[in-house]
Design a protein around this ligand. Structure first.
Ligand code: FES
Length: 156
């Protein structure tokens, strides 16, 4: 089981003072721990539940519901490409296939150099930018293969 770093513990402690009860801070605590550990696996859920005085089942439900929490090690850059309706209508499938070929990685996997994890996700809430992808929290819209080349080059 992973240990929580001193820095993460401090951040969590400060967070608790901003919520009426510990359990209300769950989403933010998960972000802090994910930054600390890289990902949240099933065996971590009990420790998190203990920390927040809640049932591990509830932690599990939240971690598995949101795609922003990783269940296994991921690359330095996590590329989330939208596969929902608007993006698909605007060429999202071509974009996904282009990324697969360019990075030589299948959906749900990480490139052999450990740099890029590629995921297809549901609506990113930025439909006006379709087709769109998000990389480590930053959005890139109106994607074309040329735009992708430029973005990936900058990240390398
Ligand atoms: S459908 Fe792609 S961001 Fe909404």
């Amino acid at each position: 089981m992973k240990e929580i770093s001193k820095e993460a513990r401090e951040k969590i402690k400060n967070l608790f003072s901003r919520y009426p009860d510990k359990r209300s801070s769950l989403l933010e605590v998960l972000h802090i721990l994910q930054d600390d550990w890289g990902y949240i696996e099933e065996e971590d859920e009990e420790k998190i539940a203990e920390l927040l005085d809640m049932n591990p089942v509830n932690v599990h439900e939240v971690v598995t519901f949101y795609t922003m929490y990783y269940r296994r090690p991921v690359g330095r850059y996590v590329i989330k490409v939208c596969r929902n309706l608007t993006c698909t209508l605007m060429g999202g499938e071509t974009i996904i296939n282009y990324l697969r070929k360019k990075l030589k990685v299948e959906l749900g996997n990480t490139s052999s150099d450990g740099k890029f994890t590629l995921e297809a996700v549901e609506c990113l809430g930025a439909c006006e930018l379709a087709p769109v992808m998000e990389i480590n929290g930053e959005f890139y819209g109106h994607l074309t293969p040329e735009k992708i080349d430029k973005v990936i080059e900058e990240l390398k």
